[in-house]
Design a protein around this ligand. Sequence first.
Ligand SMILES: Cc1cc2nc3c(=O)[nH]c(=O)nc-3n(C[C@H](O)[C@H](O)[C@H](O)COP(=O)(O)OP(=O)(O)OC[C@H]3O[C@@H](n4cnc5c(N)ncnc54)[C@H](O)[C@@H]3O)c2cc1C
Length: 528
Amino acid sequence: MTIFDNTLDADGALIVGAGLAGLFTALKLAPRPVTVLSPKPLGMGASSAWAQGGVAAAIGQGDSPRAHAQDTEMAGAGIVDHGTAEGVTAEAVARIEDLARWGTPFDRDDFGNFELGREAAHSANRIVKVEGDRAGWAIMQAIIAEVRRTPSIRVVEGITALSLARDNGRIVGVYCRRLGDRYSEPIYIRARATILAAGGLGGLYAVTTNPPGVRGHAMGMAARAGAIIADPEFVQFHPTAIATGADPAPLATEALRGEGAILLNDLGERFMPAIHPDAELAPRDIVARANFRQIQAGRRVFLDTRQVLGADILTRFPTVSKYCHDAGIDPVNDMIPVTPAAHFHMGGVKVDERGRSSLPGLWVCGEASCTGLHGANRLASNSLLEAVVFGARIAEDIGGLEPARSLAPFEGIEWNEAEGNKAEEVLRNTIAVQELRRIMGDLVGVERDEAGLKAALRQIAHLEATAEQVTSAFLNMTTSATLVAAAALRRTESRGGHFRLDFPEPSGDWEHHTEITLGEALAIRAGA
Ligand SMILES: Cc1cc2nc3c(=O)[nH]c(=O)nc-3n(C[C@H](O)[C@H](O)[C@H](O)COP(=O)(O)OP(=O)(O)OC[C@H]3O[C@@H](n4cnc5c(N)ncnc54)[C@H](O)[C@@H]3O)c2cc1C
């Protein structure tokens, strides 16, 4: 199909984003027609491909979905939706079977049983792993191959969505641009159903584990179109990103602490046992804050795997070992320097149990959504699970599409490596983007307070008003940043991933989700 009048037809459903959420939904929709938009070649630019731990599923002997749901609720600090937790954990095994059927080579023992890992705040071994710490990469390779084999899925690479298109209050598609093409008119792709699966917002922070393109675009786009946003203040900081100065910061998976690795400061002190009875396996926000405070006090923090893993780290954690080697660290004999980094967004576009947003015609899946599963703090390895469970539900919910034999490619839109890399560099080096990421890290980060949040909101408004070029992509980022900071200012308590120095305790008055629109966030910003 060629572009006519800058309008294209998705011929059915349109999925924005090609991480696990987007691709799994596409496969579940088959043989109904679906077009998937991906800024980069499939597998690149998605957090999904970087996941190290695996997928949580109560699959082991003696474990149960009920126990998994209870752990999820415990980690979520009082505001997990009970029904969502019960439903998602109950559907886990069926979705793992889907992934296995599509070729994911899960780690199994000699009898074919899943090998199950342990991560913080799980009461059982229930992390289904692939190739040690390469779960995300291996799952994505398998489902990308399945997507490529499926003729009813049209994949468009080298394109980025800017805004949602609305007609009479209904979402009817998206406006997009070819990567690197900043000056021509946006292309309008119209669709019968639009599924936003463009990831979280870690990249809004100066120190993050997320890929560079995952910067709050999804939540920003939806909020600008009028969608209700839920819990945006809840950002999870991973305690152990490898502190090499690289952007993004490579991750040292929590499974290392599950294996018994400990945290030490540069004085050789192990500080976690004095802070929490579960020490290094305390909930992520507690470990992240402990590391943050050590670093604020001028100390360096290290993850010591030497005693528990020794040379085994090389074979059992090949991804972490490679990251270490790339940074000149010998993980067998040296401790690994670590730092907290923005990692996962519990909040997002509010959806119901079928993945429907508040805007007719718009479904949201994966980290871009807020299903109520994570509450104030995500339980490790629950996010890939959430992506596949809701992907399946969304595919079931979308009605009225007839099966298609195959879809013709969109002529003239394709990934161009030189252009794509240049576009990413331009965005990374844009002063306003750097400044936004600094503001978020300094003032809306691991620890927050009223003065800092108000300053952040004023500074974000100033950036919007004065940035050399206020593109839709930049507005999506500042919109998401505004929502996080405004909701964080409004929530005068501490809970899970949201910690207020001036309100350090949880408050019964706040034991509920946040719902906020962009209009409300802008009003809070105007008063800051
Ligand atoms: C280093 C790391 C390790 C992790 N480990 C685990 C783990 O072990 N277990 C677990 O459950 N979770 C883990 N997570 C979290 C998990 O990977 C993510 O929450 C999950 O993969 C999100 O999937 P997604 O499909 O929603 O988003 P992503 O996988 O991030 O995909 C988003 C897609 O949207 C595209 N996109 C972005 N903006 C636009 C736009 N404007 N237009 C079009 N497309 C766009 C991106 O290019 C990408 O294709 C980890 C995360 C990271 C970063």
